[in-house]
Design a protein around this ligand. Structure first.
Ligand SMILES: [Zn+2]
Length: 305
């Protein structure tokens, strides 16, 4: 029986916004694009425990668009299941994964310890960790960082190019040139996309052509109005400072925290808000900010250290 030349199977991020995973099969070879963790309500997170639909040892390559855990956080589990394939990502993504994946492993271990100590409670989660910090470190050893813009030959059937996505440091659109047996085809996976003319991140690059386009659409149904962003933030800071309060801003550690730090400093430099102490209560966000400072290629900022 002859194999179909190429098939694409959606293994996650369908009906929910996390757990991005796409399986591309070409002439019997297997490539996993994105390796995300399901995150959110318990029913969604439980999907991380479902058997992976193919043998992890049978994968020929994994490609990651960026470091956020809903696109990368299943990689240590896949490593624990026997992954032997190389994992392609950008240099910025590899740097960020160096802090994000071991941290995710520690959280899995802590959650499992908590569950084991309270195993008699109803609705308590699994008492084994999905993966450990050690699994995460072994996953990091599989990373093959590649420069944005350069074609990388994965094997004789598939080549890969990362294009800047403007979402977070290292984030990329994944462009695959695939020999399907019916001539070359270009598959494009958008990953998470940033906007244009942002303060911190450079604009997403234009991808000229695709035979198949898989595009994220989490915020695809709304128009973002950023025109009053500075006025609104300045007003909130003033109002809080005037009554001697403390402004607590919940923010994702990678991406959002750096945007907010930049805006606060810009407003302060322009004399639009008072100079107040700013604390980042997250070792991970602090580490990620340092990586932003060291890795200039993806953002607009000039950093004098
Ligand atoms: Zn993301």
């Amino acid at each position: 029986m002859s194999l179909p030349p190429a098939t694409l199977t959606f293994l996650g991020a369908v009906g929910t916004v996390t757990g991005s995973r796409y399986l591309l099969e070409v002439s019997g070879r297997r490539y996993l694009i994105e390796c995300g963790l399901f995150q959110g309500p318990e029913a969604v997170e439980r999907r991380n425990w479902e058997p992976f639909p193919v043998d992890a040892r049978s994968l020929d390559a994994v490609v990651l668009s960026h470091a956020h855990i809903d696109h990368s956080g299943y990689l240590p589990r896949l490593t624990a299941l026997g992954l032997r394939a190389p994992v392609f990502c950008t240099e910025g993504t590899a740097l960020l994964l160096g802090i994000l994946l071991p941290d995710a492993g520690r959280i899995q271990e802590e959650d499992a310890r908590f569950a084991a100590a309270h195993a008699d409670r109803e609705g308590i989660g699994p008492t084994d960790p999905l993966y450990t910090e050690e699994d995460a470190r072994r996953a990091l050893a599989r990373l093959r960082p590649a420069a944005i813009g350069a074609w990388v030959v994965i094997d004789d059937l598939v080549s890969l190019r990362f294009r800047r996505a403007g979402h977070i440091l290292g984030s990329a659109i994944v462009e695959l040139r695939v020999d399907t047996g019916n001539g070359p085809q270009t598959l494009v996976f958008s990953g998470d996309l940033g906007g244009y003319q942002r303060d911190v991140m450079r604009d997403p690059e234009t991808v000229e052509a695709a035979d198949v386009l898989v595009v994220e659409s989490t915020y695809g149904d709304r128009t973002q109005d950023r025109s009053h962003l500075r006025e609104e933030l300045a007003a909130i800071v003033h109002e809080t400072a005037a009554r001697g309060g403390v402004l607590v801003i919940p923010a994702f550690a990678v991406g959002r925290t750096q945007d907010i730090l930049y805006l606060l400093r810009e407003l302060e430099d322009a004399g639009r808000i008072p100079a107040l102490p700013v604390f980042v209560d997250s070792p991970m966000a602090t580490d990620a900010t340092e990586i932003y400072c060291l890795h200039h290629a993806d953002h607009n900022l000039r950093v004098d250290l």
